[in-house]
Write a protein that binds this ligand. Structure first.
Ligand SMILES: *[C@@H]1O[C@H](CO)[C@@H](O)[C@H](O)[C@H]1NC(C)=O
Length: 229
């Protein structure tokens, strides 16, 4: 009796034009193989960025502040650049569905860290003149994360593709405590009032700013908030 009932329900579905699913479909409707981590080198990120941080606008942050820094960067009339502004949406996709080629990398903490280390290094190489790090206590910046190991040392290099950074400051989450972190020996302290409108950024700026178009700060915080920034 029960069998007959469900059989006729199935027949009715067929009649209405529905196919009975044989396996659960992926959210994207298409399965793609997982990308290997070896694809995502710093050079890969340098080659695929679609927005160049205008001089003085780079905003980095330490552990747990992904969403806070992203809101700070785009709120209150400031127009700073975070890691979520520089690459196409698909490179930030943390969805765990079989249509996302990054799903295996993001499921594995070690690969995920490598991915964001290489992306972060590329961002630091694109910064110019002046860079800021957001952290809870600007007088006491945690060093074990991506900021201390990758971003800060990279910003201090010379000959980066984006130009040269001469001043690094730290700011708290409210933006009311600002401390100098580093001034390049032999240079004058730069300030944020230096704004670049140079033509080199115009082409890249034609692309819309990414974060609000891709994933909102809360979504990114949920996916990537526990990366050791
Ligand atoms: C980037 O990530 C790879 C892992 O795929 C790693 O071996 C490499 O050293 C990293 N660094 C750079 C600069 O690409």
């Amino acid at each position: 009796m029960h069998f007959i009932k469900s059989l006729s329900a199935a027949t009715a579905l067929y009649a209405l034009g529905y196919a009975l699913p044989t396996e659960s479909p992926s959210l994207s409707g298409r399965d793609v193989p997982c990308d290997p981590i070896s694809k995502y080198t710093t050079n890969y990120f340098l080659d695929h960025h679609i927005y160049t941080p205008p001089a003085t606008t780079c905003l980095f942050y330490t552990f747990g502040l992904s969403a806070t820094a992203q809101r700070f960067a785009h709120g209150g009339g400031s127009d700073m650049t975070t890691i979520w502004d520089i690459w196409p949406c698909e490179l930030y996709n943390g969805d765990d569905n079989s249509g996302n080629p990054l799903r295996c990398i993001f499921k594995d903490n070690t690969m995920r860290l490598t991915y964001f280390e290489n992306m972060s290094r590329a961002m630091a190489m694109l910064c110019k003149t002046f860079a800021t790090v957001m952290t809870d206590d600007p007088k006491n910046i945690p060093q074990p994360g991506i900021w201390g190991r990758i971003e800060e040392p990279t910003l201090k290099l010379t000959g980066n593709p984006g130009g040269q950074v001469d001043t690094i400051i730290a700011v708290n989450t409210k933006g009311d405590d600002v401390q100098d972190v580093w001034v390049r020996p032999g240079t004058k302290r730069k300030t944020m009032s230096i704004r670049s409108t140079s033509s080199e950024n115009e082409n890249k700026a034609l692309f819309k700013r990414q974060p609000n178009e891709c994933y909102n700060p809360d979504q990114l915080q949920k996916w990537f908030g526990d990366v050791e920034w």
